[in-house]
Design a protein around this ligand. Structure first.
Ligand SMILES: C[S@@+](CC[C@H](N)C(=O)[O-])C[C@H]1O[C@@H](n2cnc3c(N)ncnc32)[C@H](O)[C@@H]1O
Length: 428
């Protein structure tokens, strides 16, 4: 019996070795695969050097260690059978071999590590978050940057995450819950180009807490502790709104849909009118957000993980997913000649307090989606000042075509591609 078990175990091991060998051969084959012509065309048209992508297979995978788990690092390395290399320019970040998978590890499942590229971590660092800040993430899903923002915030201030895609924002909510970071967060499904809710500045003194508790006890129509099941009254209101919409046959501009709020997000104890209170444009200058992140939707051509997926999906799908003329034109037209993405940045800036910062980032390396957007934004917003990112002198990135803007790319940074620009709101 014992001998049979040993034989069986031996068989499983050889099978495992064989699988590893096949995976290794596939990886090697991928490395030799030339970039498809359509992609090279896209790069040429956008003035991008295709050699950037020659490093993509050796670009490390990055993880961020959850603050507080520093003492567990040896145990995590042992469990994952991998030596992490500390990223010396970004606290709590480590690099792993390029094709290392983290999702099945205990450390990942227990919420001790995050999968996030170091360039993305740099974009969040550029926000320079201080405890007590009220931060808005206008394109929040699936939420890697939002989690890092919440971690940096500590035990005061708030984070508001907005995304137009409900299913993606629901994934963001799951992530916040997994990492126990939702306490000061609220998530809204909304169009970030029109979002206009101000942060809730909660006074944490005991008098205010007592007042809030009294409001919760005495009133039925205030937000109580968040549950995944929405109160009947709220569901009825949503059904009625949908029916009205259908009967009017016109798309209505709906209120942002609140899909999550934490106990200390400021929402508990408010009624709907208080939560959805609108303010005049000029008021944002003193009651707006301290920091805003606009991590805009783009063609993702700089994202190594995204581009590597085509090796599995088949390069032919690159055409429909990234290079599709309509989609690319739509994105660049949207960004440069106005509507959507430039409006995202403009709206993010509007929602800032005077003296606050906005970070604009994209994982595209095209000039159209980056520097051209910055140029147009600065032309239209005389109270925006493009800022130097102080910490960047230690980062392995290059300057963008506009001084003070930054570009990370696989070849020079050993990270995924990312463009970052930082603006300050000046007093009018
Ligand atoms: C690059 S992803 C953001 C990644 C995210 N910051 C993170 O770190 O996980 C861009 C996001 O913008 C969202 N988006 C696109 N247009 C939007 C709009 N008008 N308003 C709000 N979100 C939008 C997309 O649904 C997508 O989730």
């Amino acid at each position: 019996m014992r001998l049979d078990c040993l034989k069986f175990y031996g068989l499983i091991c050889s099978f495992g070795v064989l699988i590893d060998l096949i995976v290794q051969m596939e990886v090697e084959a991928m490395k030799k695969m030339p970039l498809p012509e359509a992609f090279i065309d896209f790069l040429n048209k956008n003035g991008l050097d295709s050699s950037i992508y020659t490093a993509s297979d050796s670009t490390p995978r990055y993880i961020r260690l959850k603050p507080g788990c520093e003492a567990d690092i040896d145990e995590i390395e042992a469990e994952m059978k991998c030596n992490f290399e500390k990223v010396d320019w970004l606290p709590n970040f480590y690099s792993l071999p390029s094709h290392f998978q983290i999702a099945s590890s205990k450390a990942y499942q227990e919420g001790k590590i995050y999968g996030i590229d170091a360039a993305s971590g740099a974009a969040v660092s550029a926000l320079d978050i201080k405890s007590g800040d009220h931060v808005l993430d206008l394109c929040a899903a699936p939420g890697a940057k939002l989690c890092m923002i919440s971690d940096h915030l500590g035990s005061s201030g708030s984070v508001t995450g907005v995304d137009v895609a409900k299913h993606r924002l629901a994934a963001c909510r799951t992530m916040l819950q997994k990492y126990a970071l939702g306490d000061r967060c609220r998530l809204f499904v909304a169009d970030g180009t029109a979002f206009s809710l101000i942060p809730i500045r909660v006074h944490s003194d005991s008098k205010s807490s007592l007042k809030r508790e009294a409001a919760i006890e005495g009133k039925l129509d205030v937000y109580k502790e968040w549950t995944s099941r929405r109160p009947w009254k709220e569901r009825k209101r949503a059904i009625r709104a949908r029916e009205n919409e259908k009967s009017l046959l016109i798309p209505s501009i709906q209120d942002p849909e609140l899909i999550f709020y934490g106990q200390h997000s400021g929402v508990v104890g408010l009624n709907r009118t208080e939560l959805y209170k609108s303010v005049h444009c000029g008021e944002f200058s003193h009651c707006g957000y301290d920091k805003v992140l606009v991590d805009a939707e783009c063609t993702h051509d700089g994202s190594i993980r995204h581009i590597q997926k085509y090796e599995q999906w088949g390069w032919t799908s690159l055409q429909s997913r990234v290079l599709n003329a309509e989609r690319t034109d739509e994105l660049t037209t949207l960004q440069v000649t106005n509507p959507s993405i430039l409006r995202l940045l403009t709206n993010g800036f509007k929602l800032l307090k005077v003296g606050g910062f906005v970070i604009y980032s994209t994982c595209s390396l095209t000039v159209a989606q980056n520097e051209e957007v910055v140029e147009k934004f600065l032309l239209e917003n005389p109270y925006a000042e493009l800022l130097e990112i102080d910490a960047a002198n230690k980062w392995p990135c290059k300057s963008g075509r506009i001084p003070k803007t930054l570009r990370f790319d696989p070849l020079s940074s050993q990270t995924s591609g990312l463009f970052v620009a930082k603006f300050k709101k000046l007093a009018i």
